[in-house]
Design a protein around this ligand. Structure first.
Ligand code: DP6
Length: 350
């Protein structure tokens, strides 16, 4: 007989922005990617999720940003609860409450922070003490990019090779303090459309139909290694152009997907062009742009250039606001109880 689960836990989890994109899976059920990816975990922004397992609940209850969840959003949360019940060999219903400290409709990625917080809170509430690696594998099942949001700083998610996915998890390469001068200006644009196709489905359309996908995959290990080296050396002259090259490659496979995937608005495109022009005029890479499957643009730059870059970008038509964020910590327990045991697994310390 499975034991009746009871317990409560609250976790905060951050979003992340990918410098090397995850796009395409070899196993959709287990969420196993074709390529390894690398991201920066962002400070200031977070999802806060509380999970309570209690025998007094008749069924699972899911409230997201104050609204009872229905449809696909509710189903995705229930799938994660089911995985946790399996891992804990337990039964019983749970109440899930999750809130973002940024507007979900803004189009800022919330699935990474949301599923990282849910995986951590649900497993802790069920009495599991998962390691960071185990937590990363669990979060991956909710949303691939969530595997990286478990950890802080500069994070690499290893694609792995095993059919069961045991070797597909993320780890911190460099902690949040590795490169203090590096900033991410998050440029929010007006009229960013709400996603009509889930990334998980869109990426598989790319795998099936983009004639450029195989070439992109073949070049990724080299680009990933170069980006990792540029971060290790804290070298903006190397990093920013590589980040733009990777973003352009991601956009190319999206645009050559059938039907074509176009995530940008005219303002997003104007921002990319502004950064190219600025770098040309300065004779050095002042900034590097990237974007995910959405219209907002992330600009990596150094502290000393941030003010003038921000002023210039804020003047682009259709720019709503610019947030300044830094590399930040990973997923954390915030209800004052024992820590989750999800200690970052660092390969090297800066
Ligand atoms: C473009 O893992 O976030 O952001 O859960 O369906 O939204 P969904 O998929 P998700 O896909 C992320 C794709 C990406 C690139 C990246 O973050 O690596």
């Amino acid at each position: 007989m499975p034991r009746e689960l009871r317990g409560v836990a609250t976790y905060d989890a951050p979003p992340n922005i990918a410098l090397v994109k995850y796009w395409g899976v070899r196993d959709a059920e287990l969420v196993l990617p074709y390529n390894s990816s690398l991201s920066v975990t962002l400070d200031r922004l977070r999802s806060r999720t509380r999970v309570r397992f209690s025998p007094s609940l008749e069924e699972d209850e899911v409230v997201l940003n104050g609204v009872r969840a229905t449809g696909g959003a509710r189903a995705a949360v229930l799938r994660m609860l089911e995985l946790v019940r399996e891992l804990a060999r337990g039964s019983g219903s749970a109440e899930v409450r999750s809130e973002n400290n940024f507007p979900t409709a803004s189009g800022l990625a919330s699935s990474a922070s949301g599923f990282a917080a849910l995986a951590a809170a649900a497993s802790a509430a069920a009495g599991l003490r998962l390691s960071g690696r185990e937590l990363s594998r669990l979060a991956r099942r909710g949303s691939g990019s969530a595997a990286r949001s478990i950890f802080g700083g500069f994070v690499r998610w290893e694609a792995g090779r095993r059919p069961d996915g045991k070797d597909s998890f993320a780890r911190t390469l460099f902690g949040p303090g590795h490169w203090p001068e590096l900033l991410d200006l998050v440029v929010l644009v007006e009229g960013a459309p709400v996603k009509s196709v889930r990334s998980a489905d869109a990426m598989q359309a790319t795998v099936r139909t983009s004639p450029e996908y195989a070439r992109r995959l073949a070049g990724l290990p080299r680009r990933l290694a170069r980006i990792e080296r540029a971060i290790a050396a804290r070298d903006p002259g190397k990093l920013f152009p590589l980040v733009m090259e990777e973003c352009d490659s991601f956009r190319e496979v999206c645009e050559t997907t059938f039907p074509s995937l176009d995530y940008l608005t005219p303002s997003s495109r104007a921002i990319l062009e502004e950064v190219r022009a600025l770098n040309r005029a300065a004779g050095r890479p002042v900034a590097g742009y990237t974007h995910d499957a959405g219209a907002h643009v992330h600009l990596f730059t150094l502290e000393r250039d941030a003010k003038s870059l921000r002023r210039r970008i804020a003047a682009v038509a259709g720019v709503r606001s610019v947030l300044v964020v830094r590399p930040g910590p990973g997923t954390r327990r915030v209800d004052g109880r024992a820590p989750s045991g999800a200690a970052p697994e660092r390969r090297r310390q800066p």
